[in-house]
Design a protein around this ligand. Structure first.
Ligand code: NAD
Length: 367
């Protein structure tokens, strides 16, 4: 079966090199003595398992709980990750987590359209919330999630793991330092060939759309953090070669453009019908930056007009969860925001892109 996970793993396998660990990384093995973010994962599927595995080497976050609709998965996770039974919940009884002082945060990793209700329930239980991308399936739902977390006085963060990736952060640093001059252009290519036609990613009710929701969101989000601005207009053109597999409301391929206030334009491709598409390219008046691959599980490869970026491979989800612990417990400000309003901006762009694709018209947006 071909899946997004297979795609991301293939990218990782294809580009595995013996990592070179410079001093700065070795130094990070110092024992951490600050507070730990104690996390329960909700949705124990393939990405939930990846996050759980990655959390085993976190220093500032710890996997302590699990929430699932499948009792056997809970038993399995208890022994695999040493999770006490008292920190395990079903979807029916998980509101009781409000009485559990040993869980600080809930990380929602279910199919997209289920994020909203689980996030709101977690917030009502008084827990900090982390939610996978896309934060929801439209801006209206996203706004409700942001409002509910604000009302409950808990943080809402989105699993944008690339916001902590070293090559990506170096390019952002160089851009801010003016190394590329005035930014004029971004290209984002995000796609893979999806397999099993019965999976939830091809079900509009669960996915909220098609490739745009699942993989195109990387180019949308990437355009914003690579250019460093929020777009003010969008245009989009959809093509469909297989209307049986990609039913009404499930986009197969969308080419789209985003216009930015400083004059830069982004040209992007989101697809479920082509492999080998995981590349960001940024061009300015004085230089360029490329990430290729740009958003897979790594190693990410970066280069600029000044040469290759040789940052060692990091497990994205381990770094993400340690950073999120610092954000939630210590109020750390990340270089690129990962809060609910950031997820909401991407949902507003997705809404505008679907409208543009349907109408063939340029759509103005205000984020
Ligand atoms: P998956 O199908 O492997 O897992 C989904 C989990 O949700 C399963 O455990 C399933 O049992 C559970 N679930 C609960 N209610 C369900 C329902 N009604 N129908 C189907 N499943 C239900 O999917 P996944 O690949 O783990 O994706 C989950 C979320 O994680 C998605 O929002 C996806 O976009 C996101 N994701 C993010 C990344 C990343 O790199 N940040 C990578 C993969 C997936």
């Amino acid at each position: 079966m071909n899946s997004r996970r297979d795609f991301l793993q293939k990218i990782a396998a294809a580009s595995i090199v013996v990592p070179f660990f410079p001093k700065a990384v070795e130094a990070s093995t110092e024992v951490y003595q600050g507070p730990l973010l104690r996390v329960a994962i909700l949705g124990l599927g393939s990405y939930g398992t990846r996050v759980a595995d990655a959390m085993q080497t976190c220093k500032k976050a710890k996997l302590v709980g699990a929430i699932s609709g499948t009792p056997s998965k809970l038993t399995n996770w208890q022994s695999k990750y040493n999770i006490p039974e008292k920190n395990c919940y079903s979807y029916q009884n998980f509101d009781q987590v409000k009485n559990n002082p040993d869980i600080d945060a809930i990380y929602v990793i279910t199919p997209n359209s289920l994020h909203k209700d689980f996030v709101i329930r977690a917030a009502k239980a008084g827990k900090q919330v982390i939610c996978e991308k896309p934060m929801s399936v439209n801006a209206k739902d996203g706004q409700e999630m942001v409002d509910a977390c604000k009302k409950a006085n808990v943080k809402l963060l989105v699993g944008y793991r690339m916001h902590f990736e070293p090559n990506t952060l170096e390019i952002i640093r160089m851009r801010n330092a003016g190394d590329f001059g005035k930014i004029m252009f971004f290209q984002g290519l995000s796609g893979f060939t999806i397999g099993d036609p019965t999976q939830w990613r091809l079900n509009k009710q669960l996915a909220g759309g098609g490739a745009m929701m699942d993989i195109g969101v990387y180019s949308i989000n990437g355009a914003r953090y690579m250019i460093g601005e929020d777009p003010i207009w969008v245009t989009a053109e959809e093509t469909k070669t297989d209307p049986v597999k990609f039913k009404e409301g499930v986009d197969e391929t969308i080419q789209f453009q985003l216009g930015f206030p400083g004059g830069a334009v982004a040209s992007c491709l989101s697809t479920y019908s082509m492999n080998n598409l995981d590349r960001f390219f940024l061009n300015g008046t004085k230089g360029f930056a490329e990430l290729n691959p740009s958003t897979g599980y790594g190693p990410i490869k970066g280069r600029t007009n000044k040469g290759e970026l040789n940052f060692p491979h990091v497990t994205h989800q381990t770094v993400q969860m340690d950073e999120m612990s610092d954000i939630i417990l210590n109020g750390k400000q990340p270089v690129v925001p990962v809060d609910g309003s950031e997820g909401l901006k991407d949902l507003k762009i997705i809404d505008a892109l679907y409208l543009a694709a349907r109408t063939g018209k340029k759509v103005d947006i205000k984020l």
